[in-house]
Design a protein around this ligand. Structure first.
Ligand code: SF4
Length: 250
């Protein structure tokens, strides 16, 4: 079973910047019977990108498709046989590194494409050697994710970058995350033709839709994202509506 995929349009923008991104998509929330999003909210669960693109294309009368089924299979394997899952993940990452080098691109990996697991916690054994986590096995390879889990023990893991995600009802965590130096990904309910606000919560906004390469973002910013798919209809508070101030000519 292949675990990683490429090809999402935003990820493809990274190629222009010299990066090849591989994403692991698990079945989010509790869809597999296992919770993989411990801090999910009503709004983010409803607007989850799990059903974006081909993942959301269902034949008439059907409520699942091959992509959703594959995500559920991968998630079940992760919980049923961690070492088998990690052996496959290591193989996929090694292949991604080779493929990228052939194309003269830098490989980067995002393991929480549609989940929010604390990957730093998952040790595994390969060929009799136990590694504390996947980042230690692939030292020097860049990983990144978005998370709503505060207090993850990632200090000292120099090849794993995290951006904190704002959602409905996690304002307190957002304030703490800002004080801990995280950038904050925030979904704005504005059209793509409208520029991002300059400031939000008194903090400069950086357009996060230019690419998905969050580890290249400047520090101390709100990473603004345009609402997509179901998020365009969100009323939970997951999507934020910034006040746009217009400069009026004198
Ligand atoms: S935490 Fe992320 S992956 Fe999980 S349901 Fe919310 S948006 Fe989806």
């Amino acid at each position: 079973m292949k675990l990683l995929s490429t090809g999402n349009p935003k990820v493809l923008k990274g190629i222009k910047q010299g990066y090849n991104t591989y994403i692991l998509h698990l079945a989010p929330a509790r869809l597999s019977g296992h919770e993989v999003c411990p801090k999910r909210t009503v709004g983010c669960t409803d607007s989850c990108l799990n059903t974006a693109g081909r993942g959301g294309m269902f034949k008439r009368g059907e409520v699942t498709n091959v992509i959703q089924e594959a995500r559920i299979r991968k998630t079940k394997l992760f919980f049923a046989d961690r070492d088998a899952f990690m052996v496959q993940l290591v193989k996929d990452i090694e292949l991604g590194i080779k493929q990228s080098h052939k194309k003269n691109l830098k490989p980067v990996f995002r393991l929480n494409g549609t989940s929010d697991l604390s990957w730093e916690k998952y040790s595994f054994t390969i060929d009799g050697v136990t590694y504390p986590n996947i980042f230690k096995y692939f030292q020097g390879v860049q990983f990144y994710d978005y998370t709503k889990v505060l207090g993850r023990k990632v200090q000292g893991i120099s090849n794993y970058h995290l951006t904190f995600s704002a959602a409905d009802g996690n304002d307190g965590d957002v304030t703490k995350a800002i004080s801990q130096g995280y950038n904050i990904a925030t979904v704005f309910g504005i059209k793509k033709t409208v520029p991002m606000p300059e400031l939000y919560l008194g903090t400069p906004v950086y357009n996060g839709d230019e690419s998905d390469l969050r580890f290249l973002d400047p520090k101390g910013v709100i990473v603004g994202l345009y609402a997509k798919g179901k998020a365009k209809k969100d009323t939970s508070g997951f999507v934020k509506y910034p006040t746009i101030s217009l400069k009026i000519a004198a």
